[in-house]
Design a binder for this molecule. Sequence first.
Ligand code: NAD
Ligand code: UDP
Length: 310
Amino acid sequence: MRIVVSGGAGFIGSHLTDRLLAEGHRVVVIDNFITGSRNNLSQHEGNDRLVIIEHDISKPIYLAEKVDRIYHLASPASPIDYQKLPIQTLKVGALGTHNMLGIARHHKARILLASTSEVYGDPEVHPQVESYWGNVNPVGPRGCYDEAKRFAEALMVAYRNAHAVDIRIIRIFNTYGPRMRLNDGRVVPAFISQALRGEPLTLFGDGSQTRSFCYVSDLVEGIVAAMERGDQNPINLGNPAEITIRQFAETIRRLAGSTVPLVERPLPQDDPRRRRPDITRARTLLGWEPTTSLEEGLRKTLEWAKEAIR
Ligand code: NAD
Ligand code: UDP
């Protein structure tokens, strides 16, 4: 197939591109490198089944050659990135999604939106099921990201209803692994680089908030399964193993063989208290669930980070 990956030079997008190329597909990555990097795809240099187009998808783009699938991942994703880039984040969720849907409609291609657990905001339902509508503060620091993704989901549904576009919506929960930017501010690269550099691990608040971390290769399996075997309703993708951020810091410190202290820093406004996916739908519809344990995934990520830091 000929497959478009918007945001294909980012963390998840580059792993997805690896996977699609390995399966023999032709891949067109569209990325403006605002939070990603060409280096994430340098392993494919010379592969004529990969085309990289440098373009801001919030501006229209026309692709003449037939497209079969569109994985729409382009968007700043780390809280530091999207708070630095609030307008670009809202534009890519709205205009960027509109432009990708335009390509899908033109080519009768199936399109998958990478949405997020952030559509549930600071959730009052736990674990989060797809039928939950969420608890989002539109004017808080996370509003630009959460509302962009909520709008993007609504636009996908509008194109399905108005133009019969074949849609997929996945809601990705915290995912980690090699190629995260070590300074993107997310908790995995933050703790790993602090531990490896011998700096204190910065716990926001008292570290009692929870997250559930999915290793990137598991997620990529789920993304492809959702595209090929999913239906048109949202599907949570993530690892349901929930852990407090304090326990998570202690785990990383132990695996890194470090003895640095944990220090508390102010908890950012609207930081979700608890997050854990209910993946019943992904299990039953896709036959998918994560298989990489947290320790195994963190060991692989630490190995990669040691090289990246050098
Ligand atoms: P990332 O920042 O590494 O990747 C995003 C990519 O999109 C980057 O390469 C960036 O340059 C590109 N991009 C951003 N705006 C663009 C624009 N206007 N035009 C073209 N390219 C643009 O982030 P990631 O962690 O790989 O996230 C990928 C997707 O998955 C995002 O849509 C994100 O919202 C979603 N997601 C990720 C997680 C996670 O834990 N990593 C969780 C939930 C949702
Ligand atoms: N966090 C932390 N220390 C850091 C970075 C993040 O304690 O240096 C916390 C953050 O407050 C949140 C959790 O770790 O509760 C996950 O943060 P991240 O930015 O990775 O993503 P989020 O799930 O909040 O979008």
